[in-house]
Design a protein around this ligand. Structure first.
Ligand code: MTE
Ligand code: MO
Length: 418
């Protein structure tokens, strides 16, 4: 990008301030130089050795946050149940596989793919056991899509701890490319009885996570028996050698270390959909099988615990919806009084995280910044007050209210409810 002179930058920022809007004005803080010269550019140097696999630069520090209970770091690493993605530090919309968030209920089993088997039984014409070789000989699909734990955002149900980062509040979502056998293909191979309306998927880990999955047109058309993740075999943490991947549906249904699919005409009512993963409503009734992940977004920069300066600041973040494509993201920099469209950067793929950005000139006065997304099915991300009015504060899952970041007079960014 061509550097912008200080003079022009001042004009741009003044224009931005006068209009009090956000947009893509192309302001930059680069230094202006007088001549075409390498004077300001460090010299070249000798290179290091090539290696079998490449590592991140020693200047780049990216790590997931392991958690024991929501918001608490485990004292003993064996107590971790979650590891959250550093979404404040990533660019674009794809999550590196080693930084994909993780939720494992009883650790990561060490499975030899040569020994692994998938049993398919119940209301089918042929009950079959598949090896990984059998599955890998079948036609494949690849799909870039997000995976999100239904617990993502639960820190802010009742209160907003001010010292949380966006990794703490929204780190249970990631976007990868998933490759495997279309569920519809497997259904044809075993000859699922048309009266089968549900499928039980069971994992091969100690906790035996098992979920009943309704065989809707959407799930049959889009489900994948995945063995590939970002171009390589699944990582053990994410289900090696085989997992179920259901784009747009709650994380828990995406059974890892998949060992069994059973077809039937009613839900199997496992403890994971009776005791766990139900939603306690405001009226005390519990809601079952709330399966889609709703439209959502969050500003990842500036975000919780960052410090900004008056003047030009680029706002960027991620938006997603389990119902389809992100159609629009709006941003408010005045505490939800006025809204402006953000720019969607990169592809807005269906059921994938979509990067958005906007230029902003901060006048140095305390304010609040918020994003609000809309998907192509016209779902609009709710503000917190209307979300809580509808759901109450007893629930734990599927929090998708707008996230507010407050900025004080020192430029310190904090998590607040609204
Ligand atoms: N077998 C099995 N499958 C599982 C789980 C598990 O603990 N065991 N966790 C579930 C939950 S709660 C989520 S959010 C996703 C997390 O997938 P990831 O760890 O690849 O991000 O896997 C789901 N599938
Ligand atoms: Mo989850």
């Amino acid at each position: 990008m061509k550097p912008v002179s200080q003079d022009k930058l001042r004009k741009l920022t003044r224009r931005g301030m006068l209009r009090g809007t956000v947009g893509l004005v192309g302001a930059t803080a680069a230094t202006t130089v007088k001549a075409d010269s390498l004077l300001h550019v460090p010299p070249r140097g000798p290179g290091g050795l090539l290696s079998a696999t490449s590592e991140r630069s020693k200047f780049v520090h990216l790590a997931r946050i392991p958690e024991s209970t929501p918001g608490r770091r485990p004292v003993d690493p064996s107590e971790a149940i979650n590891a959250k993605t550093p979404i404040d530090r990533l660019v674009g919309s794809i999550t590196p596989a080693d930084l994909h968030y993780e939720r494992s209920h009883s650790g990561v089993p060490d499975i030899d793919p040569a020994q692994h088997r998938l049993l398919v039984h119940g209301e089918v014409r042929k009950q079959l056991v598949f090896t990984m070789n059998d599955l890998q000989a079948m036609p494949t699909v690849s799909r870039i899509a997000f995976l999100e734990c239904t617990g993502n955002g639960w820190e802010n149900w009742k209160e907003a701890p001010p010292d949380l980062t966006v990794q703490n509040t929204h780190g249970l979502i990631s976007t990868n490319e998933w490759t495997g056998v279309p569920l519809s293909y497997l259904i044809d191979v075993v000859g699922v009885d048309p009266r089968s309306t549900w499928m039980l998927a069971e994992g091969g880990d100690g906790s035996a996570v098992a979920r009943s999955i309704p065989l809707t047109d959407e799930i049959i058309a889009e489900g994948i028996l995945a063995y590939g993740q970002n171009g390589e075999p699944l990582r053990p943490a994410h289900g090696f050698p085989l997992r179920l991947f259901l784009p747009g549906f709650e994380g828990n249904l995406n059974i890892k270390w998949l060992r069994r699919l059973k077809f039937g005409d009613r839900p199997f009512m496992t403890r994971w959909e009776t005791a766990r993963y139900t939603q306690l409503q405001a009226d005390g009734e519990a809601r079952q099988f709330q399966l889609h992940q709703d439209v959502n977004s969050v500003i990842t920069s500036p975000s919780g615990m960052m410090q900004i300066r008056p003047g030009y600041n680029r706002i960027t973040g991620l938006a997603w919806s389990g119902h389809g494509r992100i159609a629009r993201v709006e941003i408010s920099t005045d505490g939800a009084k006025t809204w402006c469209d953000a720019h969607l950067a990169g592809p807005a793929l269906p059921k994938a995280q979509t990067r958005f950005q906007a230029d902003w000139v901060w006048d140095g006065k305390p304010t609040k910044i918020i994003s609000r997304s809309t998907d192509d099915k016209r779902h609009v991300q709710p503000d917190r007050a209307s979300f809580i009015a509808k759901t109450g504060t007893n629930a734990l899952f599927h929090y998708n209210a707008q996230q507010t970041w407050a900025i004080d007079q020192n430029g310190q960014v904090r998590n607040v409810l609204s």
